[in-house]
Structures are given as C-alpha cells and as structure tokens.
Write a protein that binds this ligand. Structure first.
Ligand SMILES: [Zn+2]
Length: 297
C-alpha cells in the first residue's frame, strides 16, 4: 500500500495526490541558472524542511498527478513522466518502471474509471502516463477518458519549431504520449483563451513556461483551488517570482503568468495545487508587504 497523502475537500470535489516520484539533490544552480547561489541562500529561511535535502543545499522536487473527484466525474490533472519511455537525452525519465497505476488503484480508481485527463502542458513530466506500451505500441492508458490538451501546445510540439535547446528534455514526448491519444480519437483541445470546463472548472491561460501552458481553476460556492502546473516548480519561486527555471521556454511571459497566479491565489484565498512542490505539494499563498509567502496545507 502506498502513501496516499492527504485528501482535500474543496468546491464540492475531493483532491488527492498520486505520487509518481521524488527527485532529490537537485542543485538550485541547475533549476534556476540565472540565480546566484547567495540569492538562493537568502531564501532558505523561508523554505520548509521538506523543500530541501538534509544538506540544505539542494532541492527536492516531486512529480505526481492530482486526482480530482466531483460528484459526476473523475479527473486527472497532469500525468507524470510514464513508464518504458525512450528518453536517451533525459536519463532520469529513460525506461522507467514505477507502480503509478497501482497507486492510482490504491486511491480507489481503475484506469478505465477516469473520465478526463488534463495536461497543463506537454512537457516530459506532465504527459507520460497518457500512454502505456502494449505489444510494442503506445496506447492510451485511460481508454474511457477524454484527454484535454491546450491547442497551442499540440500545434507547437507537433512541429519542428519545438526541436530546440530549451525543449530538448521533452523530445519524443509528442510522438509517444500525445499523438497516440489523438490517433485514438480521445483528444479535445482548449483554445489559448481558456474558459469554462465541466461544471466547476475554468482553464486559465498561463503561457511562458511553455507556449500554451494552462492552469486549471476549481471553483464553487466561494471555494477556489488552482492547479498551477509549472507556473512554479519549487516554493523558491513564491519568494522570487522573477526567477524562471531552466525549463521555462518563454521567460518574460513565464514571469508575468507567475505573478498573475500568485495574485489570484492571494486575492481568492485559493488552495494552490502544485505539480512539483515536495511535501503535500498543496498550500496557500499569502502576501507580506511586497513579498509572497508559501504555507503548506
Ligand atoms: Zn514539470
């Protein structure tokens, strides 16, 4: 039995994390190449114990899926990096064998019970479990689901324009984790303006980390939550929203989207569900003067 983590009840839905993996010993100088080491050191007192390894020099990063259950639907938001994928240029994700689907079952959901799969964007660690390898073929993992992709992401990653240095880590993802879903007729697309989805969700355009990155707002009866994808990759960026990661493809837009989401989270007292923060991966943003502050929930 895996550790299921906490169940959150928000806006008439339940939200639970299904863990894929933790990455340890991530050097801040790798994740935030534009930050000087003393700038990261200055942030350390505001970081929680779980945010860093015991050495307090390197960062912990989580990769997981959010399982959201409303009275009518089962929804997965982001699908980790997946098993058996060919990622020779990205050894962490190359030929993985992780019991992720067992953990989903431990959380009470069989793959065929999933109604919707949302990818905030189409990077390597957000769309992996879209597909599984069966008899040498990539097939949709969630055969009864509609998969929701941002249209701009589908366009960009299916073209050679995406074959650049910033996107090197996600080469091959479109071919093994997105195209098979589209070919199976299971894909729907969200335009770059975002908008309402089902009975209590809204897609919020948050481009920058990637070309058509979408956040997902869950809202009902004055309760709100945001699934922010890679608007932020670590609590470091709550304290320093101006810092982009090495994976942010469009830096200026990424900073604007990050500030907008932080403001929104504060103003709406929204629970923020991150795709990479460690620990519970969920929490609240508050404002202290000009600064934002992160508290795990
Ligand atoms: Zn990511």
């Amino acid at each position: 039995m895996s550790d299921l983590g906490k169940e959150y009840h928000i806006a008439g839905a339940t939200v639970r994390k299904v863990q894929e993996q933790y990455l340890h010993h991530v050097p801040p100088s790798f994740l935030y190449p534009t930050a000087k080491s003393e700038e990261i050191k200055a942030l350390e007192p505001a970081l929680a114990l779980v945010d860093m390894d015991e050495d307090r020099d390197t960062l912990v990063v989580s990769i997981h899926t959010w399982l959201v259950r409303t009275p009518d639907h089962v929804i997965l938001i982001d699908t980790g990096s997946g098993n058996d994928k060919e990622r020779p240029s990205n050894p962490i994700f190359h030929h993985q064998a992780i019991p992720f689907l067992d953990r989903l079952r431990d959380a009470g959901i069989e793959p065929e019970e999933v109604d919707f799969v949302v990818n905030t964007h189409l990077h390597v660690d957000h769309s992996g479990w879209n597909t599984v390898l069966r008899d040498g073929k990539w097939l949709p993992t969630f055969q009864n689901a509609r998969y929701i992709f941002p249209r701009a992401e589908q366009k960009y990653y299916s073209s050679v324009a995406s074959h650049n240095d910033a996107n090197m880590h996600s080469l091959g993802v479109y071919e093994d984790s997105v195209r098979p879903v589209i070919e199976a007729g299971l894909a729907d697309f969200i335009d770059c303006t975002g908008g309402p989805f089902l009975d209590r969700f809204t897609f919020l355009p948050t481009p920058g980390h990637s070309v058509g990155h979408m956040s997902v707002l869950l809202e009902l009866d004055n309760e709100a939550a945001i699934f922010g994808g890679d608007v932020m990759n670590h609590p470091v960026q709550v304290g320093r929203p101006d810092l982009n990661t090495v994976f942010c493809e469009f830096p200026d837009q990424a900073v604007q989207s990050r500030r907008r989401v932080l403001e929104f989270a504060v103003n709406n007292r929204a629970t923020y569900f991150s795709t990479h923060f460690p620990g519970s991966s969920a929490g609240y943003v508050t404002r202290e003067g000009e600064k934002f502050r992160w508290t795990y929930a």
